[in-house]
Design a protein around this ligand. Structure first.
Ligand code: ADP
Length: 319
């Protein structure tokens, strides 16, 4: 293998740049030429492809977003779109590809591998919802962004004796909500993996009030319900002064944490090694602090699980 490509696809996540840098530098270290494909699969179809040098990825390790930019591309879901993509890869003499993104992006990587094009998937998403890895690139940074925001909200919640409902990202996975709730001592954490009764949430609030607690933080993963709806119900069913903050896309941005930079560097470098070893259709992850790789199809057919012991702990600690 002489020439490889790298692209970022789907939702952006902090640390994607560190992963791109690792793929490029590790590739060049092994005398490969590395090509950057801009705008995800859309750029692949269009041939928006440029050779990257050591300097092309300088000064990006600390930047959020992705220098290769990202996109969603419906056309790539079709066999015709995929054929156009493979044609472009062949035109540029690219023999292996690293795709950094979420499960949708992995579907694209699987299609390429099935059609004989060696592709490796790197989990890049703030949601931490990819099986086969304990952490995805971007999760730790997003979590810290949430914590910083909640700490600030807590200051005003305490000053005004208010109840705050904070909606965080996580459509199918409650990892961000759970970790943030545990890290910030939230009274209730609403995650998609569990069922939640409004009566119980109110009961917990009342219990806190009885022991003199005048402010509360409730974290809601967006996949459970809108934070506004929860806030409305609490306001209606209690006399508590309740406010709602939807953190939104602030969670996607910012300089990646040290953890995400290190994770991205390790995963990016391992992806290049796998291509050099002649492997294809693998995803790279970290489990119990060790680098691992799995069959991409297995990853796409298994389900990410959240540590429910952590959920129980959060409940025990917020009595
Ligand atoms: P994420 O990778 O963050 O989960 P998406 O689900 O939007 O983001 O997927 C990103 C892109 O991956 C899509 O816009 C599309 O180009 C490609 N993709 C998603 N699903 C498939 C599929 N079944 N076959 C081929 N490509 C796909």
């Amino acid at each position: 293998m002489k020439r490889i490509g790298v692209l970022t696809s789907g939702g952006d996540a902090p640390g994607m740049n560190a992963a791109i840098r690792a793929v490029v530098r590790k590739g060049i270290y092994h005398d490969l030429e590395v090509y950057g494909i801009y705008n995800g699969y859309a750029g692949l179809i269009e041939g928006n492809i440029t050779k990257l040098e050591l300097g092309s990825v300088g000064d990006i390790i600390h930047r959020g977003g992705t220098m290769l930019r990202t996109a969603r591309c419906e056309e790539f879901k079709t066999p015709e779109g995929q054929a156009k993509g493979i044609e472009q890869l062949k035109k540029f003499g690219i023999e292996g590809l690293v795709v950094i993104g979420g499960d949708g992006s992995f579907q694209g990587a699987l299609r390429l591998t099935e059609q004989g094009f060696p592709t490796i998937g790197l989990p890049g998403t703030i949601d931490n919802d990819i099986p086969g890895t304990d952490f995805t690139i971007g999760f730790d940074t997003a979590l810290n962004t949430i914590i910083e925001a909640i700490d600030k909200i807590r200051d005003t919640a305490t000053s005004h004796d208010r109840t705050y409902v904070i909606e965080v990202m996580g459509r199918d996975a409650g990892d961000l909500a759970l970790w943030a709730g545990l890290a910030d001592g939230a009274e209730s954490i609403l995650i998609p993996e569990e069922t939640h009764e409004m009566e119980q949430i109110i009961e917990r609030l009342n219990h806190g009030l009885e022991r003199g607690k005048k402010h509360s933080i409730i974290i809601v993963a967006e996949g459970v319900c809108s934070g506004l709806e929860i806030g409305k119900q609490i306001q209606e069913k209690t006399k508590l002064d309740t406010r709602v903050t939807v953190l939104g896309h602030i969670q996607r941005g910012g300089s990646p944490s040290a953890f995400d930079r290190v994770l991205a560097s390790r995963l990016g470098a391992r992806a290049v090694e796998l291509l050099l070893e002649g492997k294809a259709g693998r995803t790279v992850g970290v489990q119990n602090s060790k680098l691992v790789d799995h069959d991409i199809q297995d990853i796409l057919t298994s389900k990410h699980t959240l540590d429910l012991n952590m959920y129980r702990l959060s409940q025990e600690l917020s009595i």
